[in-house]
Write a protein that binds this ligand. Structure first.
Ligand SMILES: *Cc1c(COP(=O)(O)O)cnc(C)c1O
Length: 329
């Protein structure tokens, strides 16, 4: 696997070309904005998604530290866990996944893919999941005792290093926008652990763009993510040697679109957004992240949050496999 570097940080390239930036004509007309969809559901590794970009840096770090096994954690349908396993396979490392919830009788969606990819999977009951990092520390001590060199990736890959993947994504987006003669006014994305937003916030500052990053929470309340994103962004900017000032109040997050049943469960508005985008544009969003983020974008557009005719880029962050587990009727 070829490695390169970005602002001095080692990087594996999992996506050889830029992901498409597609105009969405029908939706644009319906919403009174110019809507473009950044197809990060087409990044490299299995079915694509935003974690692939973070893993370009996280896995390069693991390999540089001579790791032979990576450990990470997430929900039962974690896209991050599945993509980590795929990246590890590509680089000849083993992967250990610790997932929140009971082992299901049938493996569907990302779980099915993880089984095919050959991951070692441990299930931790929701009641004990609060202690999961401690448990994983113990697992790593155990592995070290057996002569292994484990590398830990926190939930969602949302470390300052992982977020660098979205600084690079912002650069890629602005290059495309320049080529297409677009001035991006807003960038909208789903927020699950904050790394994607943090990288984009660094990117708009680093490349001196006026675009506002608008995060749609699918999990925690607004204040939690504003703090988390500002913190990751600050550290991320330091890592690439371009310190920025960003405070929680500079970060835009909406937490009205998490849905009735909470994180990881489809919402009515999210499912309607999935149907609308599928029927208008032939693009499939997912029920946990991008569908809810699009529900937010649609509602904000209808409320007049984006000035009329403004250029809005929606990051399609992937998540396709979860459909095959969660969207049964
Ligand atoms: C993880 C994930 C997100 C959220 O990204 P964060 O960087 O964790 O905020 C959005 N969409 C999909 C499909 C994801 O898997």
């Amino acid at each position: 696997m070829k490695s390169s570097s970005y602002y001095g940080l080692p990087r594996f390239c999992f996506t050889p070309n830029a992901t498409p930036l597609e105009f969405a004509p029908m939706l644009s007309k319906k919403l009174g904005i110019k809507l473009y969809i950044k197809r990060d559901d087409k990044t490299g590794l299995v079915t694509g998604g935003n974690k692939s970009r973070k893993l370009e840096f996280l896995m390069a770090d693991a390999v540089n530290k001579n790791a032979d096994v990576v450990l990470t954690t997430g929900s039962l349908q974690s896209n991050h866990a599945m993509l980590t396993c795929a990246a590890a396979n590509k680089l000849g490392l083993k992967s250990v996944l610790v997932l929140k919830g009971k082992e299901p009788t049938q493996f569907q969606g990302n779980l099915l893919l993880e089984r095919l990819l050959g991951a070692e999977i441990h299930f931790v009951d929701a009641k004990e999941y609060g202690e999961v990092y401690k448990l994983m520390e113990e697992m790593m001590a155990d592995l070290r005792g057996k002569g292994k060199n484990p590398y830990f990736i926190p939930v969602g890959g949302s470390t300052p290093l992982g977020a660098v993947g979205y600084v690079a994504a912002a650069e890629e987006l602005f290059k495309q926008a320049d080529e297409m003669g677009l001035k991006v006014d807003y960038i909208v994305n789903a927020v699950g652990s904050g790394g994607t937003s943090a990288g984009l916030e660094v990117g708009v500052r680093l490349f001196e763009r006026a675009a506002r990053v608008v995060g749609i929470s699918v999990d925690s309340e607004k204040q939690v993510f504003q703090e988390q994103i500002a913190e990751i962004a600050k550290e991320c900017a330091k890592l690439i040697g371009k310190p920025i000032s960003i405070e929680p109040e500079d970060v835009i997050v909406f937490d009205e679109y998490i849905g009735e049943a909470g994180y990881g469960k489809p919402s009515k508005a999210g499912n309607s957004a999935i149907e609308l985008v599928a029927s208008c544009e032939g693009i499939i969003l997912d029920p946990v992240y991008s569908g809810k983020a699009m529900a937010g974008l649609i509602d904000l557009a209808r409320q007049g949050y984006f000035h009329p005719g403004s250029t809005v880029v929606f990051f399609h962050t992937g998540g396709i496999p979860a459909i095959f587990d969660l969207l049964k009727d």
